[in-house]
Write a protein that binds this ligand. Structure first.
Ligand code: NG1
Ligand code: ZN
Length: 533
């Protein structure tokens, strides 16, 4: 039975602010940290119910607001295989979070137990973590009250990155099976990454020094740990590692700053020498942006699209070398934000699919390939090896030494890559492996194709829900007539492309435009924004 009394007492200590509406969106609940107390308490109960529904399998809870400002916070659930919460439960999350009173909340919980046919006698197991935000500890204690109210067996993973939490969830749920994902500890994670990295670069020249901008977030802690496991296999210089001073997280640094501003974080200017390669993590270390200075000191950005191009081409090459071309089909998944030049480059080489924004869409589409590479332009992405592919890799008998080498590379890649979710540190090592194998510096990597100049702008509108899209968000169907006007504008620009969609994480509408010339891309973006406003 539902422990109504315990829930009542603890729920009363975490009342819902009456004037606020919370929505479980593409990034879970995300808003000002100071308003999230009741949400965290309720998510504690929701996570327990989800675990009971899945027969006591462990559910993850991550408290973070990623690249958003320090005063924001958020929470999202991780399903047993390390993936995002199943979409149908997003609605349940939103319903529980918005019940206006303790009684209404208990009623909503009972309704969920009924409708989802949850067997309350099953165990509930959860593993949870938070990033370095100052609002984190108080929110964690609200979450723990939720666990207590329902009697959840909860494991505290402490302060860690989003991808490590996803890793732990999958490792816990596969423990002792023949699909074991690794030891269910941070040590297991660092060991898995560093060991496979060392195998993959054995015999190659040691990579040049890589500067890592840790966004003054939890990635700084993880990068420092990883560095100890990597030893001398790759020289890393960690910058923006201040996780304790207030106001520093994501402030003029980090992956989102670099992608949006298309420039170097100001405090790296003195650290970076001409020719230097560097990358930025975001506030929970699941996004990665690379960049380098050329010989003249000019900044060049290597975003998620460039990472996808580099990695996909390398994997295709290794599959061919292993003699597995006919059995293993590599494909790429992008969103409408992918640079048009990257789509063209990739489409000439392998199947490419475009899906709606949001990791869950990319992830699910990537599962349809034998090896699915997905990256958002903003640097979030990973590579998925289907179960059938993993089996082929372990069973295939190579007929030449060259085939054997390529096969081993592919097997080691399945270990190096965090297949649960985008992982900045795993992706960084992946990029370095490919660069080492190809003997590429940033210059050669960047010249795979030339980015089309592009501009992303936000427009604050009365009601963003009035904007409805189709065709993977590339066309507006509502408001009526607007798409025709956009189309009219776009065709006047050489290489022009533009689309408008409501954000899933902010109360704005986003306008994207690209064109052959910088000034034209800017002009197109601002003119389309003018139509929307
Ligand atoms: P919205 O706010 O829906 O555009 C943003 C990013 C997504 C994704 C989500 C989740 C852009 C243009 N959008 O979504 O790619 O990362 O946040 O964090 O970068
Ligand atoms: Zn993030």
């Amino acid at each position: 039975e539902l422990p109504v009394r315990a829930i009542q007492v603890l729920a009363d200590a975490h009342p819902k602010p009456s004037h606020l509406y919370f929505q479980y969106g593409t990034a879970g609940f995300r808003t000002l940290g100071s308003t999230l107390d009741s949400v965290l308490f309720r998510v504690g109960i929701l996570a327990g119910l989800r675990s009971k529904r899945l027969d006591g399998r462990t559910i993850g809870v991550m408290v973070t607001a990623s690249h958003n400002p320090e005063q924001d916070n958020g929470v999202k659930l991780v399903d047993p295989r390390g993936e995002m919460l199943e979409a149908s439960w997003e609605v349940h999350a939103t319903a529980l979070a918005n019940a206006p009173s303790t009684d209404a909340f208990i009623e909503a919980v009972s309704a969920l137990v009924q409708s989802a046919r949850i067997d309350l006698s099953k165990p509930a197991r959860v593993v949870y973590a938070r990033d370095t935000r100052p609002s984190g500890p108080a929110l964690i204690s609200a979450l723990e009250d939720g666990f207590k109210a329902l009697g959840v067996e909860a494991r505290d993973a402490g302060v860690t990155t989003t991808p490590i939490l996803h890793y732990l969830v999958k490792a816990i749920n596969t423990k002792g099976t023949n699909e074991s994902y690794g030891d269910d500890s941070e040590d297991g994670y660092y060991t898995k990454l560093s060991a496979s990295f060392k195998k993959l670069i054995a015999g190659k020249a040691t990579p040049d020094t890589v500067v890592i901008d840790c966004a003054n977030g939890v990635g700084a802690i993880a990068a420092k740990n990883l560095q100890a496991y990597l030893g001398t296999s790759i020289p890393l210089v960690l910058e923006n590692t201040d996780t304790t001073s207030r106001g520093k997280l994501n402030d003029s640094c980090g992956a989102d700053y670099v992608k949006t501003m298309q420039r170097l974080p100001p405090n790296l200017v003195d650290v970076m020498k001409p020719g230097q390669r560097a990358c930025s993590l975001d506030g929970d270390a699941d996004r990665l942006m690379y960049y380098y200075l050329d010989e003249r000191g000019q900044f060049h950005m290597l975003d998620g699209d460039k990472i996808a191009a580099l990695v996909a081409a390398f994997i295709v090459e290794q599959v061919k070398l292993a003699g597995l071309e006919s059995e293993i089909k590599v494909g790429v998944v992008q969103t409408a934000y992918a640079n048009g030049a990257s789509t063209k480059y990739l489409e000439e080489r392998l199947p490419v699919k475009c899906v709606s924004t949001g990791v869950k869409h990319l992830h699910h589409a990537a599962e349809h390939y034998s090896i699915g590479v997905y990256f958002e332009a903003n640097g979030h992405g990973t590579v998925l090896f289907s179960p059938a592919t993993q089996e082929i890799l372990t069973k295939h008998e190579p007929s030449t030494p060259a085939q054997s080498t390529a096969l081993n590379h592919l097997i080691n890649l399945t270990q190096l890559i965090n297949q649960t979710v985008g992982d900045a540190l795993s992706d960084m090592l992946l990029v370095e492996v490919v660069l080492a194998h190809k003997s590429y510096s940033g210059v050669e990597w960047n010249s795979l194709y030339a980015d089309l100049p592009n501009r992303l702008v936000k427009v604050v509108v009365g009601d963003r829900n009035a904007f409805k899209t189709e065709d993977a968000e590339r066309r507006l169907v509502n408001p009526p007539g607007l798409q025709e006007k956009i189309h009219e504008l776009v065709r006047r620009y050489e290489g022009g492309r533009s689309f408008v969609r409501p954000s899933g994480t902010e109360d704005v509408v986003r306008v994207y435009a690209e064109a052959v010339l910088r000034a034209q891309a800017d002009e197109l973006a601002f003119r389309v924004a003018g139509l929307v406003y």
